[in-house]
Structure formats: structure tokens, C-alpha cells
Ligand binder design. Structure first.
Ligand SMILES: [Mn+2]
Length: 329
């Protein structure tokens, strides 16, 4: 998207934010730091503009993000009597990724889709899709700036969290000069990076670490192809007394191994015969393409999909497809 196009879309969104009164803000299943942080920053802005807002996600706010200002305002089952005028869908590549909130989104008069996934289906009436944004948090930051509204410390903390988590603490290749420029601005608004890092990364539950140990014990690789993978079964969750939402970051332990170009995580969902697959890759392998073969998607270096079948079967199928992609890249 060029600067002119971006400006046009910004003005369209700003017009809606100024002129409409009721807003639903939603995001994807199993929300991450970018989803939650972006939602809270946008909600706080709209509230200051005197709008009526509801923030609804299918799944709860993960523990590490509960420290964010007003995170308790995100509900999981709130159904308003009247559908909102405008639905803002953040960080979500396709509408079905909002789970049953999709029904509510469809009832809105206008849908605004703000996202940075390359696989975004542009389901909104207005689509602000910036594939080169490190996080939706960056997009919300720019939007607030174009509105000429102050960022303020509260919103800065939420946006910093969004950007920090989606760039893997400024480590992934979606980290740009702009990312750091925005971070600098947020620090000037009073964000204390060490404090946020501590809340998010040094606050891990015992059960999550137990689960990580069990998952890493399943580590396998194909050294010739540079592929590594781990699995998570329901049995492991039971053993560790861990929750589904506690696996964030597991795949990075595989991705960071010397010689691994493609990392995969296979995890059984709570549905029988269903496996969620996460992908992380190095520069030359496009995992968005790979995930799309199985009905998923995401970013070129980070993507996911959900596949029916038992874990053994799914592993074989997905690893075979991965091998094909590796041979050609
Ligand atoms: Mn994101």
C-alpha cells in the first residue's frame, strides 16, 4: 500500500470514528498481546471521544496481559441488545477467526478490518491491511496520530505490549525502523520497558514450564532439511495441569535451534481428532503458503492452521507438505 492509499483509508476510518456512536471491538480466537493491546488502546481512544464501546473476544485475556489497563473490560460472552453500528475487527485474517463473535460483527452496519496478516481476506467495508506493519499496535498508533489525539501513558503501555509481543521483543524480521520509532515515542509517553518485559516474560506459571518440559522432550528433527518439531497432547496438559492458552512461545525453542529453518508445533485441541499446527521459519521459507494448504494462514515467517486427524496422521501429512516446500525454496 502506498502512502496516498494509506492516507485515504485513514481518513475514511477517522470519519467513521468521529461520526458513529456505538462500536464493537473484537479480535481473534486465543488472543495474543497484539490483539489485546491494540483493542485496549483503541477502546480507550473511542471512550475519550465519548463513544459507546464493547470489547468482546471469544477467549479470555491470557494471564500475562491482565496487567494492562482496563483489560477486565474485555468480555467473552456479552451480547448487546442492539447490534453496534460499527464493528472494528483487529489482527484477524478472516472473520471466522473471531469465533462466534462473527455473528455480532455481521449485524453491524459497518465493518472495519485492521490487520497486518498477509493472508487477510479483506472482509471489511473498510480494510486497513498493512503487511509490513510489525503489529496491529503500530497501525493503531498511526491511526491515533492521524486523529491528532494524544497517545498518553495508558494507551502507550497497551501499544508497547502489542508491538513488543508481535515482534518477539524486537527480534523478528517484522521489526523495522518504524517499529523502533514508534517504540521511542511510547517510551517518551512514560512506558517503562523493563517493567512490561517483567510482567510478560518473567511471570510464567509453574504449569506452563512443566508443560514446556514435556513438549521439549518430544523434540525431533530432520537435520538434512533443517526441520524441527514438537508435539503437545491432551495427556501432557493433564500431567502438567496446564491450560491451552499457556503454550505461547513454545515453538521458538524449536525455531532457535542451530540449523533449523522450519519449526513446527503440533498440539491436540480439546476436540477429538483435531490438531493445531504452528509454523515458524527462516527467511527463505514461506509458511503462510504452507499453512494455506491446510486452510490456515498468517505471516510469511509465522503462520498456523488447524487440521483434522489424529496427531500422528497430521504430523505425517504436514511434514510431507513442508518437505515439498523446502525442496523448492
Ligand atoms: Mn498481530
Amino acid at each position: 500500500m502506498d502512502a496516498k492509499e494509506l492516507k485515504e483509508i485513514h481518513s475514511k476510518i477517522i470519519e467513521v470514528l468521529r461520526n458513529k456512536e456505538s462500536f464493537l471491538i473484537t479480535s481473534h480466537l486465543r488472543p495474543d498481546g497484539d490483539a489485546i493491546g491494540s483493542q485496549l488502546a483503541l477502546a480507550s481512544l473511542l471512550e475519550e471521544m465519548g463513544k459507546s464501546i464493547i470489547i468482546v473476544n471469544v477467549d479470555p485475556v491470557p494471564d500475562p496481559f491482565r496487567f494492562l489497563p482496563e483489560s477486565d473490560r474485555i468480555t467473552n460472552d456479552f451480547i448487546p441488545e442492539d447490534p453496534p453500528e460499527v464493528a472494528l475487527v483487529l489482527d484477524t485474517s478472516s472473520l471466522d477467526r473471531t469465533g462466534r463473535v462473527a455473528g455480532l460483527v455481521r449485524k453491524a452496519k459497518l465493518v472495519i478490518n485492521i490487520d497486518h496478516h498477509i493472508s487477510n481476506e479483506k472482509f471489511g467495508d473498510i480494510n486497513l491491511i498493512e503487511e509490513d506493519a510489525g503489529a496491529v499496535g503500530e497501525q493503531i498508533f498511526s491511526l491515533i496520530r492521524s486523529l491528532d489525539c494524544p497517545i498518553g501513558k495508558k494507551r502507550a503501555v497497551s501499544l508497547y505490549t502489542a508491538i513488543l509481543t508481535d515482534t518477539g521483543a524486537f527480534q523478528y524480521d517484522n521489526t523495522t525502523e518504524k517499529t523502533h520509532r514508534i517504540a521511542r515515542h511510547l517510551l517518551r509517553e512514560g512506558v517503562e520497558p523493563a517493567l512490561i518485559t517483567e510482567k510478560i516474560y518473567q511471570n510464567v506459571s509453574f504449569s506452563r514450564q512443566k508443560l514446556l518440559g514435556l513438549a521439549l522432550a518430544t523434540l525431533r528433527r530432520n537435520p538434512r532439511e533443517g526441520v524441527g518439531w514438537i508435539r503437545l497432547t491432551r495427556e501432557m496438559y493433564r500431567k502438567a495441569e496446564a491450560k491451552d492458552s499457556e503454550t505461547d512461545g513454545f515453538i521458538n525453542y524449536v525455531r532457535s535451534i542451530k540449523g533449523i529453518r522450519l519449526a513446527l508445533l503440533f498440539q491436540e485441541t480439546d476436540k477429538k481428532n483435531q490438531v493445531r499446527v504452528s509454523f515458524r521459519s527462516s527467511r527463505e521459507i514461506n509458511v503462510n503458503d504452507l499453512a494455506q494448504q491446510f486452510g490456515g494462514g498468517g505471516h510469511p515467517r509465522a503462520a498456523g492452521c488447524t487440521v483434522e486427524g489424529d496427531i500422528e496422521e497430521v504430523e505425517n501429512k504436514v511434514l510431507a507438505a513442508a518437505r515439498k516446500i523446502i525442496v523448492t525454496s
